[in-house]
Design a protein around this ligand. Structure first.
Ligand code: ZN
Length: 84
């Protein structure tokens, strides 16, 4: 890809800068796409108010979640875990 662009700019004479810009833009888009492809789901980290285990629950669980360890109901308030 880069080699082809370089060869094209060589044969085209003084078009090195535009070709270089196009290459950089292509690489930039590639990185943006890769980052977009692997989004890390937002999670809320903290300690279970019942068993003190370090847990994380999906951030979408605005109302509350169940502790994956002790299975008790946790209420999420102000980005922290509380007992029901
Ligand atoms: Zn727990």
């Amino acid at each position: 890809m880069f080699l082809i662009t370089t060869l094209a700019s060589m044969s085209a004479g003084q078009q090195v800068l535009p070709s270089l810009l196009i290459s950089l833009i292509t690489i930039g888009f590639g990185f943006a796409f890769m980052e977009h492809k692997q989004p890390s789901p937002p999670v809320l980290k903290g300690q279970c108010p019942y068993c003190d285990t370090a847990i994380e629950v999906p951030d979408q669980a605005a109302g509350g979640a169940d502790c994956p360890v002790c299975k008790k109901r946790i209420v999420v308030r102000d980005q922290k875990f509380h007992q029901v």
